[in-house]
Design a binder for this molecule. Structure first.
Ligand code: G1P
Length: 304
């Protein structure tokens, strides 16, 4: 009997590059990974893993490096803490401790030499194999109420190839991002075809104001392209350069589409945005929100 395979296998694997040094947050990140900085009371990285899981990706590979052991510990059991909380009968906190270890199947690989985002993604090749997979960058926090990854997975299932997340930014800010030249599609206002890509262009040379934000659903052929990609901007192997090659030649790994995101995104790699994320999420929390908002209102009116 012949087995029938669906035309597009369900995507189950998420790759989270987390080897960066976090220099923008020194000295906080001297001995603590930047991914562990709390956003209200949860480390930033937990939001990212939760996002992957809620889009159906519960096999998570983190690309780590030296000094990143706290990431592994966070997603593991902590029996000492659990039994202390159990003894006290503190079930609410016990649930909070157990939550991260119950979320997903976690895997880790070390990047070794930090040779850029493209190189970090290439470290995932042996784990990912020949299936499409997602990449989530830890610095970008997508509000859970504005789902993005599920839409990207849906578009990838429809067209094959790769799908990247895009956001329109102030043209003066485009030099901070990968930038995409795009064409409209029949899939709706939020889906575009990507025709060209350039990493962190000067505003004068940018083909558009569509910035890549840190969510990708990738065709596994990207690995072969990455193996041949020369160091680009900043002397690093750039994921954007590999995707540019996929967009230029569809025969290699299918088309590249973009999902244009209009929801709430916080760049927790930027100190100002990190603070804004905390204030906003704290205001919206049922347990902390009412008191915090009242304090914030009086602080703003009296002190500012
Ligand atoms: C990386 C990518 C860039 C993308 C950005 C999104 O840059 O190289 O294309 O726009 O993430 O956050 P980084 O911010 O790591 O320098």
């Amino acid at each position: 009997m012949t087995e029938s395979h669906p035309p597009h296998p369900r995507i189950t694997k998420a790759v989270i590059p987390a080897a960066g040094l976090g220099t923008r947050f020194l000295p906080a990140t001297k001995a603590t990974p930047k991914e562990m900085l709390p956003v209200v009371d949860k480390p930033a990285i937990q939001y990212v893993v939760e996002e992957a899981v809620s889009a159906g990706l519960d096999d998570v590979l983190m690309i780590t490096g030296r000094n990143k052991r706290p990431l592994e510990d966070h997603f593991d059991r902590n029996y000492e803490l659990e039994s202390a909380l159990l003894k006290k009968g503190d079930e609410a906190r016990l649930a909070k401790v157990q939550e991260p270890s119950d979320l997903a199947t976690m895997h880790y690989v070390r990047q070794g030499d930090p040779k850029g985002l493209g190189h970090a993604v290439l470290c995932a090749a042996p784990h990912v194999g020949h299936e499409p997979f997602a990449v989530l960058l830890g610095d970008d926090l997508i509000d859970p109420r504005d789902p993005l990854l599920a839409r990207m997975v849906e578009i990838q299932a429809r067209h094959g190839g790769s799908v990247i997340a895009l956001m329109e930014v102030d043209p003066q800010q485009i030099h901070l991002y990968g930038c995409a030249a795009v064409e409209a599609t029949a899939d709706g206002d939020d889906v575009v075809k990507v025709t060209d890509l350039v990493e962190k262009p000067d505003p004068a040379d940018a083909p558009s104001n569509y910035a890549i934000i840190g969510r990708y659903v990738l065709d596994p052929n990207v690995f072969d392209v990455l193996r041949k990609t020369e160091p680009g901007r900043g002397g690093e192997i750039q994921l954007t350069d590999a995707l540019q090659q996929l967009a230029a030649d569809e025969k290699v790994g299918g088309p590249v589409h973009g999902v244009v995101f209009k929801g709430r995104r916080y760049d927790t790699g930027d100190r100002g945005d990190y603070l804004r994320a905390i204030v906003r999420l704290a205001c919206e929390r049922e347990d902390l929100g009412p008191d915090f908002q009242a304090w914030l209102r009086s602080y703003v009116t009296e002190e500012m």
